[in-house]
Write a protein that binds this ligand. Structure first.
Ligand SMILES: Nc1ncnc2c1ncn2[C@@H]1O[C@H](COP(=O)(O)OP(=O)(O)OP(=O)(O)O)[C@@H](O)[C@H]1O
Ligand SMILES: [Mg+2]
Length: 313
């Protein structure tokens, strides 16, 4: 069962605001599929399967709620041999419902209080108008939070990330991140952080997207192919240079490594979704300048730079 991990006693104000402003009708799925009490559980099971849903409210023809059939009821019916019976005989009739005008705050507390995966939603005339699942709530919340964070970002100064940031001798800005082999907890941090820095500096989204691609590919390469290294970003005027330097084992054949589709990724790495052999070619494609050096003793250094005012495709 998906619990909604929000504690309304100590959530930040922005979250509480969202929970109070949004209504159940903003998150519910509607229109919804309903069943009649005379439908067999088998028919209802087929409807669920076809529509990939896990619960169906049972109503009369006027839309008044009579009960609900959930996946659990179907499983019991299959176990007990009454799958061909009409829903009326076995549906859950003590249904807890929400009203379409209730706040999301109310809805979240329902999910945390009752162990149901979904609640039918009734309108002012007691007719079923929708259904709310925990995942409906979570996805709406994420969209609302994203919007809220954008507002906050526009008003607050950008926070300093976990990166080591320094001012270089020529007034340039230097940011460094370490990477560790197979540490996916910190993998991707450097790329996220540099995109934040660029956004705060007002760099065009298309440029920042290209930087993000290159940075991510080089960072992940260090994580999956090397013994770890450093991602170094230097911003001088309108230029951003990325230097991805690792401690080895180096790339024996650079030409091959730069070929689309060439990869030495192991099955373990491929299972994680890497290993298409596109990282280096893509990095070169999105960068304004690109170079790669590698040796078994020194490891690999990839350099990619970007004109932050540029508009390369
Ligand atoms: N930092 C590195 N250290 C050692 N070998 C590397 C490094 N980066 C890349 N390679 C080698 O170059 C090959 C090609 O790299 P590339 O990023 O293009 O593809 P990939 O990482 O295998 O797959 P993808 O990036 O599409 O997930 C890798 O399979 C690996 O053999
Ligand atoms: Mg790669």
């Amino acid at each position: 069962m998906l619990a909604i991990p929000i504690n309304q006693d100590n959530s930040p104000e922005a979250v509480l605001d969202i929970l109070c402003t949004l209504k159940v009708r903003d998150v519910m799925t509607h229109p919804i599929l309903t069943a009649r009490p005379s439908d067999t559980l088998r028919q209802i099971q087929q409807t669920m399967k076809k529509n990939r849903i896990t619960g169906v409210p049972v109503t009369d023809t006027a839309g008044t709620l009579l009960g609900i059939v959930s996946m659990d009821d179907i499983i019991s019916a299959l176990d007990s041999g009454w799958i061909e019976d009409p829903a009326a005989l076995h549906m859950t009739t003590k249904v807890i419902v929400l009203r379409d005008t209730m706040s999301l705050s109310f809805c979240v507390s329902y999910f945390n209080r009752f162990s149901f995966g979904r609640f039918p939603v009734l309108d002012g005339d007691d007719r079923v108008v929708g259904i709310v699942t925990a995942s409906d709530v979570v996805s709406t919340l994420l969209v609302a939070l994203n919007r809220e964070m954008e507002k906050i970002e526009q008003t607050a100064p950008p926070e300093q990330g976990s990166a080591a940031t320094a001012e270089g001798p020529g007034g340039e800005r230097v940011i460094e991140f370490r990477t560790e082999p197979f540490n996916f907890e910190i993998a991707g941090q450097a790329s996220t952080e540099i995109k934040k820095v660029l956004k705060a500096a007002g760099v065009d989204a298309a440029v920042s997207r290209r930087v993000g691609i290159a940075s991510y590919e080089l960072e992940i390469n260090q994580v999956i192919h090397s013994s770890g290294g450093v991602m170094r970003y230097v911003i001088t005027g309108d230029t951003l240079s990325i230097e991805a330097r690792d401690r080895g084992p180096g790339i024996p054949d650079l030409e091959k490594a730069m070929t689309e589709g060439f990869s030495t990724a192991t099955d373990r790495v491929r299972a994680l979704g890497f290993g298409a052999g596109m990282g280096l070619p893509n990095t070169k494609r999105v960068s304004d300048s690109f170079s790669i050096e590698s040796s078994a003793s020194e490891g690999t250094v990839v350099r990619a730079s970007f004109n932050l005012k540029g508009n390369k495709q």
